[in-house]
Design a protein. Structure first.
Length: 88
């Protein structure tokens, strides 16, 4: 795993500037998920992922799969990819 260190904040204050041990530079968007992670708000991070990745709740996706719908049909209904519905 790559180790990164905080080097600063972008001029527009929308991204963290990070640097690896080898000097490679990276940036990370400062968004709601990052703020929730920094606060340690795990439940909020999960809710954001669900809202952003699918129009269906995980419970609804599971119910449809158990009822016999294909992963492709559920993914289309959820407006997401099959990988998000049935990860390998």
């Amino acid at each position: 795993m790559l180790h990164l260190t905080l080097a600063g904040l972008s001029d527009d204050k929308q991204r963290l500037l990070l640097v690896s041990d080898s000097g490679e530079r990276f940036s990370l968007d400062v968004d709601t998920k990052l703020r929730a992670a920094v606060r340690g708000d795990r439940s909020h991070i999960g809710q954001l992922e669900i809202q952003m990745e699918s129009t269906l709740r995980p419970r609804d996706i599971q119910a449809r799969i158990r009822a016999g719908e294909t992963a492709e049909a559920v993914a289309q209904a959820a407006q997401t990819s099959v990988d998000k519905i049935a990860p390998s």
